[in-house]
Design a protein around this ligand. Structure first.
Ligand SMILES: NC(=O)c1ccc[n+]([C@@H]2O[C@H](COP(=O)([O-])OP(=O)(O)OC[C@H]3O[C@@H](n4cnc5c(N)ncnc54)[C@H](OP(=O)(O)O)[C@@H]3O)[C@@H](O)[C@H]2O)c1
Length: 301
Protein backbone atom coordinates (compact mmCIF):
# COMPACT_ATOMS: atom_id res chain seq x y z
CA UNK A 1 0.00 0.00 0.00
CA UNK A 2 1.29 3.45 -0.89
CA UNK A 3 1.67 6.17 1.74
CA UNK A 4 -1.08 8.74 1.87
CA UNK A 5 -3.72 6.18 0.98
CA UNK A 6 -5.35 6.12 4.38
CA UNK A 7 -7.93 8.64 5.56
CA UNK A 8 -9.23 9.10 9.08
CA UNK A 9 -12.55 10.97 9.26
CA UNK A 10 -12.96 12.87 12.53
CA UNK A 11 -10.05 14.23 14.58
CA UNK A 12 -11.70 13.43 17.91
CA UNK A 13 -10.74 11.09 20.74
CA UNK A 14 -10.47 7.85 18.75
CA UNK A 15 -9.73 9.39 15.34
CA UNK A 16 -6.59 11.03 16.76
CA UNK A 17 -5.51 7.77 18.43
CA UNK A 18 -6.11 5.69 15.30
CA UNK A 19 -4.40 8.39 13.22
CA UNK A 20 -1.32 8.06 15.41
CA UNK A 21 -1.28 4.27 14.94
CA UNK A 22 -1.66 4.64 11.16
CA UNK A 23 1.05 7.26 10.68
CA UNK A 24 3.44 5.25 12.84
CA UNK A 25 3.01 2.28 10.49
CA UNK A 26 2.73 4.03 7.12
CA UNK A 27 4.51 7.37 7.62
CA UNK A 28 1.64 9.26 6.07
CA UNK A 29 -2.02 9.93 6.70
CA UNK A 30 -4.80 12.29 5.67
CA UNK A 31 -7.20 13.39 8.38
CA UNK A 32 -10.56 14.89 7.53
CA UNK A 33 -11.83 17.68 9.77
CA UNK A 34 -15.01 19.69 9.67
CA UNK A 35 -13.69 23.15 8.75
CA UNK A 36 -10.72 25.30 7.72
CA UNK A 37 -10.04 26.57 11.26
CA UNK A 38 -9.30 22.98 12.32
CA UNK A 39 -7.02 22.52 9.27
CA UNK A 40 -5.04 25.60 10.37
CA UNK A 41 -4.91 24.29 13.90
CA UNK A 42 -3.43 20.97 12.74
CA UNK A 43 -0.96 22.64 10.35
CA UNK A 44 0.23 24.87 13.16
CA UNK A 45 0.37 22.45 16.10
CA UNK A 46 0.17 18.97 14.55
CA UNK A 47 -1.87 16.25 16.22
CA UNK A 48 -1.16 15.01 19.73
CA UNK A 49 -1.79 11.65 21.40
CA UNK A 50 -1.03 11.13 25.06
CA UNK A 51 -0.35 7.45 25.77
CA UNK A 52 0.82 6.21 29.18
CA UNK A 53 2.02 9.69 30.12
CA UNK A 54 4.05 10.17 26.92
CA UNK A 55 3.02 12.87 24.43
CA UNK A 56 3.32 11.95 20.74
CA UNK A 57 3.06 14.73 18.14
CA UNK A 58 2.43 13.76 14.53
CA UNK A 59 1.73 15.68 11.35
CA UNK A 60 -0.94 14.29 9.02
CA UNK A 61 -2.24 16.16 5.96
CA UNK A 62 -5.48 17.79 7.10
CA UNK A 63 -8.33 17.96 4.57
CA UNK A 64 -11.96 19.08 4.63
CA UNK A 65 -14.94 17.79 2.65
CA UNK A 66 -14.32 20.64 0.17
CA UNK A 67 -10.63 19.89 -0.34
CA UNK A 68 -10.90 16.11 -0.64
CA UNK A 69 -8.94 15.41 -3.81
CA UNK A 70 -8.34 11.68 -3.99
CA UNK A 71 -9.72 8.17 -3.47
CA UNK A 72 -8.31 6.19 -0.57
CA UNK A 73 -7.37 2.55 -0.01
CA UNK A 74 -8.64 2.56 3.58
CA UNK A 75 -10.93 4.98 5.40
CA UNK A 76 -11.39 4.83 9.17
CA UNK A 77 -14.69 6.53 10.04
CA UNK A 78 -14.14 7.95 13.53
CA UNK A 79 -17.07 10.33 14.06
CA UNK A 80 -20.01 9.76 16.36
CA UNK A 81 -22.74 7.51 14.93
CA UNK A 82 -25.22 10.38 14.51
CA UNK A 83 -22.83 12.32 12.26
CA UNK A 84 -22.57 9.61 9.59
CA UNK A 85 -26.01 10.21 7.95
CA UNK A 86 -24.98 13.89 7.55
CA UNK A 87 -21.94 13.08 5.36
CA UNK A 88 -22.62 9.60 3.98
CA UNK A 89 -23.29 10.84 0.44
CA UNK A 90 -20.26 13.17 0.39
CA UNK A 91 -18.11 10.17 1.31
CA UNK A 92 -18.44 8.94 -2.28
CA UNK A 93 -15.84 11.61 -3.24
CA UNK A 94 -13.17 9.64 -1.38
CA UNK A 95 -14.20 6.14 -2.41
CA UNK A 96 -13.72 3.91 -5.41
CA UNK A 97 -14.76 0.28 -5.73
CA UNK A 98 -11.62 -0.98 -3.95
CA UNK A 99 -11.79 1.35 -0.92
CA UNK A 100 -12.00 -0.45 2.43
CA UNK A 101 -14.12 1.25 5.10
CA UNK A 102 -13.78 0.71 8.85
CA UNK A 103 -16.66 1.76 11.11
CA UNK A 104 -15.75 2.09 14.78
CA UNK A 105 -19.01 3.54 16.11
CA UNK A 106 -20.65 2.19 19.25
CA UNK A 107 -24.18 0.88 19.00
CA UNK A 108 -26.16 -0.56 16.12
CA UNK A 109 -27.00 1.33 12.94
CA UNK A 110 -23.81 2.92 11.58
CA UNK A 111 -22.27 -0.21 10.07
CA UNK A 112 -25.69 -1.20 8.71
CA UNK A 113 -26.14 2.23 7.10
CA UNK A 114 -22.67 2.20 5.51
CA UNK A 115 -23.16 -1.34 4.20
CA UNK A 116 -26.49 -0.45 2.61
CA UNK A 117 -25.15 2.78 1.01
CA UNK A 118 -21.80 1.38 -0.21
CA UNK A 119 -22.78 -2.21 -0.91
CA UNK A 120 -19.91 -2.90 -3.32
CA UNK A 121 -17.18 -1.92 -0.86
CA UNK A 122 -15.54 -4.01 1.85
CA UNK A 123 -16.79 -2.54 5.09
CA UNK A 124 -15.51 -3.70 8.46
CA UNK A 125 -17.14 -3.16 11.82
CA UNK A 126 -14.77 -2.66 14.72
CA UNK A 127 -15.55 -2.79 18.44
CA UNK A 128 -13.17 -0.72 20.54
CA UNK A 129 -12.62 -1.22 24.25
CA UNK A 130 -9.86 1.39 24.55
CA UNK A 131 -10.99 4.55 26.29
CA UNK A 132 -9.90 7.95 24.93
CA UNK A 133 -10.93 11.52 25.67
CA UNK A 134 -10.66 14.46 23.27
CA UNK A 135 -8.64 17.40 24.67
CA UNK A 136 -9.00 19.60 21.61
CA UNK A 137 -8.81 19.37 17.81
CA UNK A 138 -6.68 16.33 16.98
CA UNK A 139 -5.58 16.08 20.59
CA UNK A 140 -6.42 12.98 22.60
CA UNK A 141 -5.54 11.23 25.82
CA UNK A 142 -5.74 7.46 26.19
CA UNK A 143 -7.61 6.80 29.42
CA UNK A 144 -8.18 3.05 29.30
CA UNK A 145 -6.46 0.09 27.69
CA UNK A 146 -8.41 -2.54 25.78
CA UNK A 147 -8.40 -3.83 22.24
CA UNK A 148 -9.88 -3.34 18.81
CA UNK A 149 -11.97 -6.29 17.65
CA UNK A 150 -12.37 -6.44 13.86
CA UNK A 151 -14.60 -8.52 11.68
CA UNK A 152 -12.85 -11.32 9.78
CA UNK A 153 -12.60 -10.77 6.04
CA UNK A 154 -10.23 -10.55 3.10
CA UNK A 155 -8.55 -7.35 4.33
CA UNK A 156 -8.85 -7.59 8.12
CA UNK A 157 -5.22 -8.66 8.49
CA UNK A 158 -4.09 -5.56 6.53
CA UNK A 159 -6.06 -3.35 8.93
CA UNK A 160 -4.60 -5.26 11.90
CA UNK A 161 -1.03 -4.95 10.57
CA UNK A 162 -1.43 -1.18 10.22
CA UNK A 163 -2.81 -0.66 13.73
CA UNK A 164 -1.12 -3.39 15.70
CA UNK A 165 2.29 -1.94 16.39
CA UNK A 166 0.47 0.64 18.52
CA UNK A 167 -2.91 -0.89 19.37
CA UNK A 168 -3.95 -4.45 20.21
CA UNK A 169 -6.18 -5.92 17.51
CA UNK A 170 -8.18 -9.18 17.42
CA UNK A 171 -9.98 -10.59 14.41
CA UNK A 172 -13.26 -12.42 15.04
CA UNK A 173 -15.70 -14.39 12.88
CA UNK A 174 -18.89 -12.78 14.13
CA UNK A 175 -18.53 -9.05 14.81
CA UNK A 176 -22.31 -8.73 15.35
CA UNK A 177 -22.14 -10.68 18.61
CA UNK A 178 -19.38 -8.34 19.88
CA UNK A 179 -21.24 -5.24 18.71
CA UNK A 180 -24.42 -6.34 20.44
CA UNK A 181 -22.57 -7.26 23.66
CA UNK A 182 -21.06 -3.78 23.80
CA UNK A 183 -24.42 -2.21 22.91
CA UNK A 184 -26.13 -4.02 25.80
CA UNK A 185 -23.44 -2.95 28.27
CA UNK A 186 -23.57 0.66 27.03
CA UNK A 187 -27.39 0.52 27.25
CA UNK A 188 -27.00 -0.32 30.93
CA UNK A 189 -24.20 2.07 31.90
CA UNK A 190 -24.49 5.22 29.76
CA UNK A 191 -28.07 6.43 30.38
CA UNK A 192 -27.88 5.48 34.05
CA UNK A 193 -24.84 7.72 34.52
CA UNK A 194 -26.84 10.55 32.92
CA UNK A 195 -29.85 10.06 35.20
CA UNK A 196 -27.79 9.65 38.37
CA UNK A 197 -25.40 12.44 37.33
CA UNK A 198 -22.46 10.29 38.29
CA UNK A 199 -19.49 8.21 37.11
CA UNK A 200 -19.80 4.68 35.69
CA UNK A 201 -19.21 3.24 39.17
CA UNK A 202 -22.73 4.32 40.21
CA UNK A 203 -24.09 1.28 38.35
CA UNK A 204 -22.48 -1.11 40.82
CA UNK A 205 -22.44 1.13 43.89
CA UNK A 206 -26.11 2.13 43.96
CA UNK A 207 -28.57 -0.79 43.99
CA UNK A 208 -31.32 1.22 42.27
CA UNK A 209 -28.96 2.20 39.50
CA UNK A 210 -27.96 -1.48 39.15
CA UNK A 211 -31.61 -2.52 38.93
CA UNK A 212 -32.32 -0.09 36.07
CA UNK A 213 -29.07 -0.95 34.25
CA UNK A 214 -29.52 -4.72 34.57
CA UNK A 215 -33.16 -4.53 33.41
CA UNK A 216 -32.05 -2.58 30.31
CA UNK A 217 -29.48 -5.31 29.63
CA UNK A 218 -31.99 -8.15 30.21
CA UNK A 219 -34.42 -6.59 27.72
CA UNK A 220 -31.54 -6.27 25.25
CA UNK A 221 -30.65 -9.92 25.78
CA UNK A 222 -34.19 -10.98 24.83
CA UNK A 223 -33.82 -9.00 21.60
CA UNK A 224 -30.40 -10.51 20.90
CA UNK A 225 -31.82 -14.01 21.47
CA UNK A 226 -34.67 -13.26 19.06
CA UNK A 227 -32.06 -12.19 16.48
CA UNK A 228 -30.39 -15.59 16.91
CA UNK A 229 -27.11 -14.01 18.06
CA UNK A 230 -24.95 -15.81 20.63
CA UNK A 231 -23.03 -13.29 22.69
CA UNK A 232 -19.33 -13.97 23.33
CA UNK A 233 -19.77 -13.37 27.08
CA UNK A 234 -22.59 -13.10 29.61
CA UNK A 235 -23.87 -9.49 29.33
CA UNK A 236 -24.76 -9.05 33.02
CA UNK A 237 -21.30 -10.18 34.12
CA UNK A 238 -19.87 -7.89 31.46
CA UNK A 239 -22.03 -5.00 32.73
CA UNK A 240 -20.68 -5.49 36.24
CA UNK A 241 -17.12 -5.98 35.05
CA UNK A 242 -17.02 -2.89 32.79
CA UNK A 243 -18.80 -0.69 35.35
CA UNK A 244 -16.23 -1.81 37.91
CA UNK A 245 -13.18 -1.37 35.67
CA UNK A 246 -14.32 2.06 34.44
CA UNK A 247 -15.84 3.13 37.77
CA UNK A 248 -13.94 6.43 37.87
CA UNK A 249 -14.82 7.45 34.28
CA UNK A 250 -17.70 9.60 33.13
CA UNK A 251 -19.47 7.90 30.21
CA UNK A 252 -19.37 9.68 26.84
CA UNK A 253 -23.17 10.01 26.99
CA UNK A 254 -22.88 11.74 30.36
CA UNK A 255 -20.30 14.16 28.91
CA UNK A 256 -22.40 14.78 25.78
CA UNK A 257 -25.50 15.64 27.83
CA UNK A 258 -23.46 17.90 30.09
CA UNK A 259 -22.13 19.77 27.03
CA UNK A 260 -25.66 20.01 25.59
CA UNK A 261 -24.59 17.88 22.59
CA UNK A 262 -26.46 15.17 20.74
CA UNK A 263 -26.01 11.65 22.20
CA UNK A 264 -25.77 8.16 20.69
CA UNK A 265 -28.88 6.99 22.63
CA UNK A 266 -30.79 6.16 19.41
CA UNK A 267 -28.01 3.76 18.39
CA UNK A 268 -27.80 2.09 21.82
CA UNK A 269 -31.03 1.86 23.85
CA UNK A 270 -32.94 3.06 20.77
CA UNK A 271 -31.60 0.10 18.76
CA UNK A 272 -32.85 -2.32 21.45
CA UNK A 273 -36.30 -0.67 21.27
CA UNK A 274 -36.32 -0.72 17.46
CA UNK A 275 -35.33 -4.39 17.12
CA UNK A 276 -37.65 -5.27 20.04
CA UNK A 277 -40.58 -3.82 18.07
CA UNK A 278 -39.60 -5.92 15.03
CA UNK A 279 -39.66 -9.10 17.12
CA UNK A 280 -42.62 -8.22 19.40
CA UNK A 281 -40.46 -7.96 22.50
CA UNK A 282 -41.40 -5.37 25.11
CA UNK A 283 -38.55 -3.03 26.06
CA UNK A 284 -40.15 -0.56 28.52
CA UNK A 285 -36.98 0.24 30.46
CA UNK A 286 -35.02 1.02 27.30
CA UNK A 287 -37.91 3.15 25.99
CA UNK A 288 -37.92 5.10 29.24
CA UNK A 289 -34.14 5.55 29.09
CA UNK A 290 -34.28 6.87 25.50
CA UNK A 291 -36.96 9.42 26.42
CA UNK A 292 -35.23 10.48 29.63
CA UNK A 293 -31.80 11.00 28.04
CA UNK A 294 -33.33 12.91 25.12
CA UNK A 295 -35.34 15.04 27.54
CA UNK A 296 -32.32 15.77 29.73
CA UNK A 297 -30.09 16.65 26.79
CA UNK A 298 -32.63 19.18 25.49
CA UNK A 299 -33.10 20.56 29.01
CA UNK A 300 -29.32 21.04 29.39
CA UNK A 301 -28.95 23.07 26.16
N1 LIG B 1 -13.79 7.71 22.99
C1 LIG B 1 -13.82 6.45 23.34
O1 LIG B 1 -13.18 6.05 24.32
C2 LIG B 1 -14.61 5.44 22.54
C3 LIG B 1 -14.45 4.08 22.81
C4 LIG B 1 -15.14 3.15 22.06
C5 LIG B 1 -15.97 3.55 21.05
N2 LIG B 1 -16.14 4.87 20.80
C6 LIG B 1 -17.03 5.26 19.70
O2 LIG B 1 -16.23 5.84 18.69
C7 LIG B 1 -16.98 6.86 17.99
C8 LIG B 1 -16.17 8.17 18.04
O3 LIG B 1 -16.09 8.56 19.40
P1 LIG B 1 -15.09 9.67 19.93
O4 LIG B 1 -15.11 9.58 21.40
O5 LIG B 1 -13.80 9.59 19.20
O6 LIG B 1 -15.89 10.99 19.49
P2 LIG B 1 -15.35 12.49 19.46
O7 LIG B 1 -14.20 12.68 20.37
O8 LIG B 1 -16.55 13.35 19.63
O9 LIG B 1 -14.81 12.63 17.97
C9 LIG B 1 -15.64 12.67 16.87
C10 LIG B 1 -15.01 13.66 15.90
O10 LIG B 1 -15.74 13.58 14.68
C11 LIG B 1 -15.72 14.89 14.15
N3 LIG B 1 -16.76 15.07 13.15
C12 LIG B 1 -18.10 15.02 13.31
N4 LIG B 1 -18.74 15.24 12.16
C13 LIG B 1 -17.75 15.44 11.24
C14 LIG B 1 -17.78 15.73 9.86
N5 LIG B 1 -18.92 15.86 9.19
N6 LIG B 1 -16.60 15.89 9.23
C15 LIG B 1 -15.43 15.76 9.89
N7 LIG B 1 -15.34 15.48 11.20
C16 LIG B 1 -16.51 15.33 11.86
C17 LIG B 1 -15.93 15.79 15.34
O11 LIG B 1 -15.50 17.08 14.99
P3 LIG B 1 -15.75 18.39 15.87
O12 LIG B 1 -14.61 18.38 16.85
O13 LIG B 1 -15.68 19.46 14.86
O14 LIG B 1 -17.08 18.22 16.52
C18 LIG B 1 -15.08 15.11 16.39
O15 LIG B 1 -13.77 15.62 16.43
C19 LIG B 1 -18.33 6.95 18.72
O16 LIG B 1 -19.28 6.18 18.04
C20 LIG B 1 -18.05 6.34 20.08
O17 LIG B 1 -19.20 5.77 20.67
C21 LIG B 1 -15.48 5.84 21.52
Amino acid sequence: MEGGDVLVIGAGALGTLIGYAVIKSLDSLDILVRDVSKVENILERGCRASISGDEYIYRPRPVTWDTLDKRYNIIFICTKAYDIPKFIDKLSKAIDESTILVSIQNGIGSLELLKSRYQYNDIYGAVISYGAVKRGTCDTILTGYGEIVIEKGGYSSIIRDILEPTLKVSIVDDIYSYRWLKTLVNAGINPVTVIFNDRNGVVIENRYAWEIASKAVEEGLKVVNALGITLPRDPLNELYDIAYRTRDNYSSMYQDVLRGCETEIDYINGAIVEYGEKYNIDTPVNKYLVLTVKGLSIWRR
